[in-house]
Ligand binder design. Structure first.
Ligand SMILES: N[C@@H](CCC(=O)N[C@@H](CS)C(=O)NCC(=O)O)C(=O)O
Length: 255
């Protein structure tokens, strides 16, 4: 049976999601922003999650959702007050898909003082670079589906052995060394302070570790860095408590 279209609710943002999917990235970004701003500046905009059941979503995408994201992918975001935010007009809604685009949009809308993503050009350059590199290249190394899933017949085509072997080689010889070098001796990707780029890269490490186990032995400094991220409250909330805080391992649902 197909998922019913969600009714209207009072939240400003609605995020379409399934657990531990690419939608975790903008969800985690939102929750970090909420923690930074909600006490100091009154009520923080609310976000409601529409969570799909993953097996059904992979094989059947409701028509109402394809109108929101014709790629048939999560995440997608609806911002019911986008225009009011930008131009002080009557609120009208905006729809956006692709996880890093949504993450950057949330930073534009909510990170008014640049607390999570500093405004300086050096930082912004790194943020944009990591957003494009991580979502355009690194995400695909651990993906179960394909960016062009809607024209594929295998719902888990990313798990075919030849593709996994090629992705493992790419991770081990190219992308892993690159991210390792960017991290260097630092505590976080951009220095000693946690920031938005850690959300972007942290999601890759979560998928590469929990789905593939390609981080712990091959790249110990990236693994230590990933474990530092796992302890964050916003990360724990975005991953529904499914990731062990000290090992970064995946725990059974409800665990
Ligand atoms: N570039 C997209 C990729 C989104 C994506 O691949 N989402 C996966 C979940 S991780 C999905 O919806 N897969 C189900 C399918 O394609 O059937 C993004 O970062 O938002």
């Amino acid at each position: 049976m197909s998922e019913p279209k969600p009714g209207l609710n009072s939240s400003r943002f609605q995020l379409f999601h399934f657990q531990l999917a690419r939608s975790t990235r903008p969800l985690w970004m939102f929750l970090e922003l909420k923690r930074l701003y909600e006490d100091s500046e009154g009520p923080f905009p609310s976000l409601s999650l529409h969570t799909f059941e993953v097996a059904e979503f992979r094989t059947h995408k409701p028509d109402w959702f394809l109108e929101i994201n014709p790629n048939g992918k999560v995440p997608a975001l609806v911002d019911r007050e986008a225009v009011r935010e930008a131009q002080s007009e009557t609120p009208s809604s905006l729809t956006l898909w692709d996880g890093c685009a949504i993450s950057l949009y949330l930073l534009d809308a909510l990170d008014r003082d640049g607390r999570l993503a500093p405004r300086d050009p050096q930082y912004r350059a790194k943020l944009y670079q990591l957003c494009f590199y991580c979502s355009g290249t690194v995400d695909n190394l651990s993906a179960s589906s394909s960016p062009i899933q809607r024209v594929m017949s295998d719902p888990l085509c990313g798990e075919q052995p030849a593709i996994v072997a090629q992705n493992q080689k790419a991770w081990k010889e190219l992308c892993g060394p690159l991210l390792s070098e960017w991290l260097g001796e630092k505590t976080f990707m951009y220095g000693d302070e946690f920031s938005a780029v850690d959300v972007v890269v942290g999601c890759n490490l979560m998928w590469l570790h929990t789905k593939k186990d390609w981080v712990r032995n091959e790249f110990p400094s990236l693994y230590e860095y990933y474990k530092r991220l796992c302890d964050r409250k916003a990360f724990q909330e975005a991953t529904h408590g499914r990731i062990d805080k000290t090992t970064g391992d995946l725990q059974a649902a409800g665990g």
